[in-house]
Design a protein. Structure first.
Length: 403
């Protein structure tokens, strides 16, 4: 009789839905914590542009109007907490670290802390929903530079990075961001209690940057128009009456000779008041929280303009930590993780595999509106400052960091 033969059955390891990521980077702009920080912060923001302190002092007054502290830092802490709680609610183990381009805690410090805690691959959520140089590539340039610095800190050679950091796609047309804006605008209409013109507001950018943003698939303004139309249509259904809407801009800077996207929100309020409009709802659809551009440009300047014109005006909330937005960000992290796992199965080269996976759309990617989902791995020439003119600064999360 033949001896008994042990039969072994292979065991399968079920990976976490957030695999291969060890940590999440909440990646933001940053802002001063007090009066002494304002000018150094503004120097960071404008580094390389040769802007004299005399001109920065004018902008600094916006911050000093609020005691010298930007509200963005407290808002990022609140979002970090909300993301941590939503991940825990779903039983997902993914630490959330917070880093900024322009002020403490800096990106490099956040990456260093995560690396020290054992992270080797991270996913970044940028606190900018739209795709443009200032909303996408400039963050990716900062990320590359921060990874270079971290590599030097841990003794790696030039250009070697100790961490891999991916990012979620630009999420302006993700249902979570859109729904949170629908809720906020609906509440504003209920608050004003009458027919009103809906004016969506976002940060203006130079016309040259607008042109360059088209490489991503739709220009910066077209992205906003798509979201605005989607939000307005949903608000109409909620309040049961037609909504007339426009898109306006704020926070223009630079020399007067340089064309930027228009109309300015204050000029637009003047124009619609002349048309007989009597009430307005302002929706900061270009921003994810009530930071300085909202607190000063809308709550201070635009509402003052509306009062001078005799307009009844209400400003809708930004998405902040509203539940649909926070849930949507976690959904985006899970979506990006699924793309990364699919990429690992597609081939040995991580960058090439990511591009193949992203281009083939193997993972369902939810959208709201007419535009398709954006790439999480940026294509060559994506989001340049000027169309066809590389900055000469490498950027992470791209098929070609230099283009």
């Amino acid at each position: 009789m033949a001896p008994d033969t042990a039969v072994s059955t292979p065991t399968s390891t079920v990976r976490s839905p957030v695999a291969p990521y060890d940590a999440l980077l909440l990646f933001s702009f940053g802002g001063p914590d007090g009066p002494d920080d304002v000018l150094p912060f503004l120097r960071n923001v404008t580094r390389g542009k040769n802007i004299p302190d005399e001109r920065l002092a004018v902008v600094a007054e916006h911050y000093h109007h609020f005691g010298g502290a930007s509200p963005i830092n407290g808002q990022n802490l609140a979002l970090q907490k909300a993301l941590t709680e939503e991940l825990a609610r779903r039983g997902l183990d993914l630490p959330v670290v917070w880093g900024n381009r322009n002020w403490e805690p800096y990106t490099r410090d956040a990456l260093s802390a995560a690396y020290s805690d054992g992270a080797r691959r991270m996913v970044a959520v940028v606190t900018s929903a739209y795709s443009s140089y200032s909303g996408c590539r400039q963050y990716r340039e900062n990320l590359w530079a921060s990874l270079d610095e971290l590599g030097t800190d841990v003794g790696l050679g030039e250009g070697e990075h100790p961490l891999v950091v991916d990012k979620v796609r630009s999420y302006f047309n993700h249902p979570g961001f859109v729904q949170a804006n629908v809720d906020a605008v609906t509440e504003a209409f209920e608050s004003i209690g009458r027919d009103a013109r809906l004016v969506f507001v976002t940060h203006s950018i130079p016309d040259t940057m607008e042109e360059a943003s088209q490489v991503s698939g739709a220009s910066y303004s077209a992205q906003h128009l798509d979201v605005a139309a989607t939000v307005a249509a949903a608000v109409e259904e909620r309040i049961g009456r037609p909504v007339t809407w426009d898109l306006a801009y704020c926070s223009r800077s630079g020399p007067p000779s340089q064309p930027w996207l228009e109309p300015d929100v204050n000029d637009h309020l003047t124009a619609i008041a002349a048309q007989g409009v009597q009430a307005v709802v302002l929706s900061p659809i270009g921003f994810v929280s009530d930071h300085m551009e909202v607190a000063f440009d809308l709550d201070t300047e635009a509402l003052a303009t509306a009062a001078e014109l005799g307009l009844v005006a209400v400003r809708a909330d930004s998405v902040g930590t509203r539940e649909p937005f926070v849930r949507g960000l976690v959904d985006l992290v899970l979506e990006r993780a699924a793309l990364a796992r699919d990429a690992e199965a597609s081939g040995p080269h991580p960058v090439t595999a990511d591009v193949v996976a992203d281009a083939a759309r193997p993972v369902p990617e939810a959208t709201a509106g007419a535009l398709p989902p954006y790439r999480s791995v940026c294509r060559p020439g994506c989001c340049q400052m000027r169309a066809g003119t590389p900055t000469g600064i490498p950027a992470a999360c791209s098929t070609d960091p230099w283009s």
